[in-house]
Design a protein around this ligand. Structure first.
Ligand code: IFM
Length: 445
């Protein structure tokens, strides 16, 4: 596919298109006086990350941000979703502020405004300062207060100019993937740590919302990630296993945020490990938000196992996959948009805050023919339109990602960008998907 099958006019009035990135994945963490993060520690521990790669240089966005913002503007995007690095702003996690770090985000936000882009900030996209990890990180209840202080410092500086803010990207990854599966920093496989991290990440979210409201920052949201859980077969056991996966992946955080309770199916496993008094935190966790963001990429095929709770395993499925080996299942996006509105958020605007695919893109004669990415995004945009037709208040869509970048434990090999990055020279080259999106976004009326 070389062109999109839709145009801007096919989306509701005021619908916004954006590109998304995150700090550690693009900035080049070694520059600008940033402190060490648990991702630096995780990456330098053998076996955790492909080729032990880290975000030290990444895309060197720290020095090339103007060129990168030009790319966002020139594609015709309305919004740029970026994140602020805790360790860049407060190198020790608490205490002294790195003025250079705060100045960087100040310039970045002004750079977006100069280019007519709406700045959509995420406070935390996973690079926890190492000194806080030493204190237990997300396992330690005090993190909610540390995070609120960080929110106050960042938003005290840029909160007057941002268009939207969300405290934490993908609480599931912060909690489950990092503490139960050990796939992300800090690399734990510990159910007690998981339960605490999953609860504290929501408490930190609530505290940060409260702080930002106090500062007068508006348009605040929460961003969760979702994977459709497909039973491996028609048996009752497989259906129940997929339901458990769905509960701890897709429902735990929405339920906490919007209903002030956790699903019974998750409490079965995590309940005994939650911190004392967890029920008393829902007043903070349910602090009202103005929108909800959904990050969606794939589905997982789930089979039951005899192992301990949650007694399930992911098994390969039959659908075509991306470079991540993730099955392409656009219908899942429509499903989650409908279910989120129907069961959790009602009339609240929903944004697809991340969607996109990794593809083994190579440059040939200065071009990358990532036609598979055009087809992927096109199919997911069709689901967005269907959800809108069904009355779901979906208000925007962000592509993950602007640039090829640091894909965490998978290093630099998995390419999610609309723009190719040569990690030797750091040269940026817009791919076919970038040009096709620019064409689609230019068809305004
Ligand atoms: O690269 C990540 C991003 O940091 C969070 N959401 C999913 C993306 C692709 O794995």
């Amino acid at each position: 596919m070389t062109d999109f099958s839709c145009a801007r006019r096919d989306f509701p009035e005021g619908f916004l298109f954006g590109a998304a990135t995150s700090s550690y994945q693009i900035e080049g963490h070694a520059h600008g006086g940033a402190g060490r993060t648990h991702w630096d520690d995780f990456a330098s521990t053998p076996g955790n990350v492909v080729r032990a790669e880290d975000g030290g240089l990444a895309c060197d966005h720290y020095h090339r941000w103007e060129e990168d913002l030009d790319l966002v503007r020139d594609a015709g995007f309305d919004v740029y979703r970026f994140s602020t690095s805790w360790a860049r702003v407060i190198p020790e996690g608490r205490g002294a502020v790195n003025a250079e770090g705060l100045d960087f985000y100040d310039r970045l936000v002004d750079g977006m405004l100069d280019r007519g882009l709406k700045p959509a900030a995420t406070l935390y996209h996973w690079e926890l300062p190492s000194p806080l990890a030493d204190l237990g990180g997300w396992r330690n209840r005090d993190i909610a207060g540390w995070f609120a202080d960080f929110a106050e410092i960042v938003m005290g500086r840029i909160g007057d100019r941002i268009w939207s803010a969300a405290p934490i990207n993908e609480p599931w990854c912060v909690g489950w993937l990092s503490h139960f599966e050990g796939v992300h920093a800090p690399g734990l496989r510990d159910i007690r740590a998981t339960a605490r991290a999953m609860h504290h990440v929501l408490l930190a979210h609530g505290r940060a919302i409260e702080v930002m409201r106090g500062l007068g920052v508006g348009n605040l949201g929460a961003v969760c990630n979702f994977e459709f859980a497909h039973p491996a077969d028609a048996s009752a056991e497989a259906t129940a296993a997929a339901a458990r996966y769905d509960a701890y992946y897709n429902q735990f955080f929405l339920s906490g945020l919007f209903k002030g309770r956790y699903p019974e199916a998750v409490l079965e496993g995590l309940g005994p490990h939650l911190p004392d008094g967890w029920q008393d935190d829902f007043a903070a966790i349910t602090a009202p938000v103005d929108w909800c963001g959904l990050n969606y990429y794939t589905r997982k095929v789930i089979a039951p196992t005899d192992a301990a709770w949650p007694s399930l395993a992911e098994v390969p499925g039959p659908l075509p996959t991306t470079q991540m080996d993730w099955e392409i299942y656009p219908e899942g996006l429509g499903y989650f948009l409908r279910r989120t509105a129907a069961d959790y958020t009602g009339d609240l605007p929903l944004y697809v805050t991340e969607n996109g695919m990794a593809n083994a893109d190579i440059l040939s004669n200065g071009a990358a023919a990532d036609h598979a990415r055009i087809a992927y995004i096109d199919a997911h945009l069709a689901e967005v339109r269907r959800a809108d037709d069904d009355g779901v208040p979906v208000a925007g869509y962000y592509v993950w990602s602007l640039l090829d970048n640091y894909e965490w434990a998978l290093g630099y090999e998995k390419r999610f960008g609309l723009v190719h990055v040569d990690f030797g020279t750091l040269k940026r080259t817009p791919k076919a998907s970038y040009h096709a999106l620019a064409k689609m976004l230019a068809t305004a009326d």
